[in-house]
Design a protein. Sequence first.
Length: 375
Amino acid sequence: MDFKIITVDTKDGVKRFVKSQWNFYKNHKNWVPPLISERLKILDVNKNPFYKHSKIQLFTAESGGKVIGRIAAIINDNHIMTHNENAGFFGFFECINNQDVANALLETAGKWLKEKGMTVIRGPENPSTNDDLGVLIKGFDFPPVLMMPYNPEYYAKLIENSGFEKAKDLYAYRVKLENFVTDKMKRVQNSLRERYKITIREVNFKNKVQFKKDVDTIKDIYNKAWEPNWGFVRMTEEEFDFLASDLKQVADPKFAWIVESNGKVAGFSLALPDINQSLIYNKSGYIVPALWHLLTKKKKVNCLRIIVLGVLPEYQKTGIDAVMYYEFLERGTKSNYRLGEGGWILEDNVMMNRALTMTMNGELYKIYRVYDKKL
């Protein structure tokens, strides 16, 4: 087919890039349309602090005046400094089921990155490991939970046929809350609480000063606890605050808390109501109807996304994580929530995968893949 690759370099072009996503999901009942305003904010190089240290270039594939594919090429300077690796990234990938179009998009992104000194192209990352990433390769029968991607099944084939190979798989587990709490688990976690003098306090969302202090505490834990992980890049102060301001809008204080041992901070947990269960009805992507669906379909939200269960390195062998699992699931059973999704988790993170399967009785129900290709 005849098509051309266009470099997006105007505000109107960015809007067209964002809105083009609807072109690829008309027959996908499990796709949750993103909020257009939220996507625009993520791509705004003036508002998103990610771009203070990184660069992005958007491209579209067009035929007959219609967008039939899109991609972003991304250089994350903080990744380069952290991992001493000249790896560039692609993200926000969408494409019709046509190998020529996919090849052209991926090659265009790769060429842009190579011209700027990158030796590897990796992705998708939208736009970093601190955002949503990966191509869904298992679990298409379920809608995505909050802040997780979704795509047609053929995307993996398009990317692989373009010369990309697997870099890493990311797992997501489905947890039924009522299957978790047992007498044995109660005894174990009670013993751990007593031995390590564990206390749990909720993040203070109402007091601005205390909220800022709590966010700073969480920021420190996050950057220390995840530093050893594959692909991890510390979030800057501005990036963390940028994310926290968004999450605050949907967070439930019962599932955002800091854990202390003997009066010292040891870890934190964050789970968010899966508002995608309401937003799936908002086919337009605009904020006003989204608010209406969030209000009128609130009772449909019975799932939590367990985003973070983080423990500082010095406390990671104390069993504090087991107390956190118990606390989260016990609180869930006392609320309207019946399901939880734990993810994403690196495929080779043995401790977390074991915890989700053995401790929380989770089912591995989704797999996301990140790809690499040498330039």
